[in-house]
Ligand binder design. Structure first.
Ligand code: FA5
Length: 335
């Protein structure tokens, strides 16, 4: 009798294991545990058994009953979970492409500017965004009481630290470190207390340029910056140099491009003027050479500081400078 029970239990467990869906499992349950199931019949037959056999056989039947009931429940859960996964995993759906992102327009323009000046022999220099007053102002010939400080109001960080208002302090740092000749550009972020409009932001980007050697003249400055404009925008772009003033250059100019977006007809980007101011520039003031110990009788140099955001606006036809730092993916994923 015990053998019969054990065989039946083994068969039941095997069939439970082989059931591949809940309907097949239900059939197994009915076969063994249903009203006329094989195990049910055994349980029922206990009463007809000889009294001396009843305890042992009864125990074994009860054990088989529990084992099969548990196995049925476990298999039922496993089959239901598997069915749920299959429902969730629709293999007919097209795959999802991972988003790998793309370069920010300011990164693109910086790389292009670095490449063009690189061809012209300029290497890249760097300086801190939290700058000392001395480098941002004093050594650039802007003493504490100079009116030029008004247009360069900034965030004062305590002590003599300021958020740099332009990339020009990198000029001083480079000249302190290296004797002439030097030929560097220095792209980076700059800050000013500014009334924001379409072309002015309180955090923006400049690229400084500095070329000091014997015999550098205004003709080099104009030639190199004209070449740069044509490399970036093609031969059609015109450049304009107008007299300007910076305490650290003499003479000084402002450097503008004819608007390639509207062909000088006037648009939102050039504010209807047909021109876009890109950069300040000029011949390095001998007073600046005095701060870094360069001999101004022997060496001359030109410097410029161009707005990278303005260049990118121009190049990609972007109407507001503020889009660069808003991190709107609809803007950043174009192009
Ligand atoms: C300067 O910052 C000088 N350091 C440039 C310079 C360097 C002159 C070396 C001579 C020699 P300016 O304030 O004009 O100059 O700024 C230079 C350029 O930075 C501007 O032509 C413009 O393109 C950009 N710029 C200035 N202020 C902002 C601003 N708030 N938002 C966006 N771009 C700006």
């Amino acid at each position: 009798m015990i053998d019969r029970i054990e065989n039946m239990e083994r068969r039941a467990l095997e069939e439970i294991d082989q059931a591949t869906d809940t309907a097949a499992l239900e059939e197994v349950r009915i076969r063994y545990m249903g009203r006329s199931g094989q195990l049910t019949a055994l349980l029922r037959g206990m009463g007809d058994m000889a009294p001396e056999d009843r305890p042992r056989t009864g125990q074994r039947v009860n054990l088989a009953n529990r084992t099969v009931t548990d196995a049925l429940a476990t298999r039922q859960r496993a089959l239901q979970d598997a069915a749920a996964v299959v429902e969730r995993l629709d293999i007919t759906l097209p795959g999802r492409r991972p988003s790998i992102g793309r370069k920010h327009p300011l990164t693109l323009i910086r790389e292009e500017v670095v490449a063009i000046f690189g061809e012209m022999g300029f290497t890249v220099a760097d300086g801190p965004e939290i700058e000392r007053d001395y480098y941002n102002f004093e050594a650039l010939n802007i003493p504490a009481n100079h009116p030029a400080r008004d247009t360069h109001d900034t965030f004062y960080m305590g002590g003599d630290r300021v958020l740099r208002t332009h990339t020009s302090p990198v000029q001083i740092r480079v000249m302190e470190l290296y004797p002439p000749p030097v030929r560097v550009i220095a792209p980076g972020r700059t800050y000013r207390h500014e009334n924001p409009d379409a072309t002015h932001a309180f955090a923006f980007h400049q690229c400084e340029g500095l070329y000091v050697a014997q015999g550098v003249s205004m003709a080099h400055l104009k030639g190199d910056l004209t070449y740069f404009a044509r490399r970036l925008f093609g031969k059609a772009v015109k450049v304009r140099f107008r007299p300007d003033f910076f305490p650290f250059t003499e003479p000084s100019v402002d450097y503008s491009f004819s608007c390639v977006v509207c062909n000088e007809k006037g648009c939102g980007i050039c504010k209807g003027t047909g021109w876009l101011e890109i950069s300040g520039a000029g011949m390095v003031d001998p007073a600046v050479f005095g701060f870094v110990g360069y001999d101004s009788e022997k060496y001359t140099g030109y410097a410029f500081g161009m707005g990278l955001d303005r260049l990118a606006m121009f190049k990609y036809g972007i109407e507001s400078i503020h889009m660069f730092l808003e991190n709107d993916l609809r803007f950043l994923s174009q192009g």
